[in-house]
Design a protein around this ligand. Structure first.
Ligand SMILES: NC(=O)c1ccc[n+]([C@@H]2O[C@H](COP(=O)([O-])OP(=O)(O)OC[C@H]3O[C@@H](n4cnc5c(N)ncnc54)[C@H](OP(=O)(O)O)[C@@H]3O)[C@@H](O)[C@H]2O)c1
Length: 265
């Protein structure tokens, strides 16, 4: 298992499992399968409506709690007090004692105050690390004007078509880990039939999904691919036994459009 070390010394597995758009009725089964495949890092969020099922799968798995890294995200916080309550509700829903990484889901509301509440809970010990998601340059700088704890992670849209090289450099300057969401571009833009990725995949006897994920993994960018199919969970997890060459990386670099496929952030 490969890890990235966060700026407070906590280790986060580089390959995680996403649960966005995973209906709560199947989440427990999917997370149990992901854990059986070998994933030890699960990404959920308040607004996915499946924190309870993620927690249940972890408790049922029989693994020691400290072997599994769990991220969740605060949704729709307004300020300091309601965020304290909101964090408590996530802790209750997950019911696994503590949260490894809590992120502000998006830069809305009074995020300086939302983050201050997260700092309080971090100091109290119920959060092992805190960070943000979807904070591009301007909002990241606004947050840094008041943050006392440098965000451990910034989870942003990152895949072969939007590589976020500028944000990657900026995050390195702040010792904030740049994490990818939608590492498979959520299947958009014809990723699974892209000719460049297809050619590279064939030369390694791998799939397009594996090449797209390996491209990020090889840059130490944590990835959290989501799948409801165990065969794909296995496929997405099996990316540590091959290496993309400098030429292949350069070819994939040329797929970058610099544009969002989602138009959220
Ligand atoms: N912070 C944020 O604002 C934010 C935003 C979006 C996502 N996220 C996080 O990032 C995670 C990943 O992003 P995502 O779920 O949007 O998209 P993704 O992981 O890039 O792609 C998931 C899609 O690809 C399919 N898929 C997965 N593996 C495949 C494979 N090997 N071959 C072919 N198809 C495959 C899945 O279908 P099946 O399920 O049918 O296999 C699903 O439709 C989310 O689940 C969530 O945890 C965070």
């Amino acid at each position: 298992m490969d890890f990235v070390t966060l700026n407070n010394g906590i280790k986060m597995p580089l390959i995680g499992f996403g649960t966005y758009q995973m209906p709560s009725r199947i989440t427990e089964r999917c997370v149990e399968e992901a854990l059986s495949v070998g994933y030890r890092h699960i990404d959920t969020a308040q607004c996915y409506g499946n924190e309870r099922e993620v927690g249940r799968a972890i408790k049922n798995s029989g693994f020691n709690r400290e072997k599994i890294f769990v991220t969740t995200k605060i949704w729709g916080g307004r300020g300091y007090r309601d965020t304290l309550t909101s964090i408590e509700s996530s802790l209750r829903a997950l019911d696994i004692g503590y949260i490894d990484l809590l992120l502000i889901h998006e830069p809305t509301g009074n995020f300086n105050e939302i983050y201050r509440a997260m700092e309080t809970k971090y100091r109290e010990g119920s959060l092992r690390a805190i960070g943000v998601a979807n904070f591009l340059e301007t909002n990241f700088f606004r947050l840094m004007q008041t943050a006392q704890i440098v965000p451990a992670v910034n989870q942003i849209e990152t895949h072969v078509f939007r590589q976020q090289n500028n944000m990657n450099r900026l995050m390195k300057r702040f010792s904030t880990v740049h994490e990818s969401w939608s590492p498979l571009a959520c299947g958009k833009n014809g990723i699974f039939s892209n000719a460049t990725l297809k050619k590279i995949a064939a030369s390694h006897d791998k799939t397009i999904a594996q090449v797209a994920l390996r491209f990020l993994y090889q840059q130490d960018i944590p990835i959290i691919p989501k799948s409801t199919h165990i065969e794909r969970m296995k496929e997405n997890f099996s990316i540590t036994d091959f290496e993309l060459s400098a030429e292949e990386l350069a070819e994939i670099n040329r797929l970058d459009t610099g544009k969002s496929l989602f138009s959220w952030w």
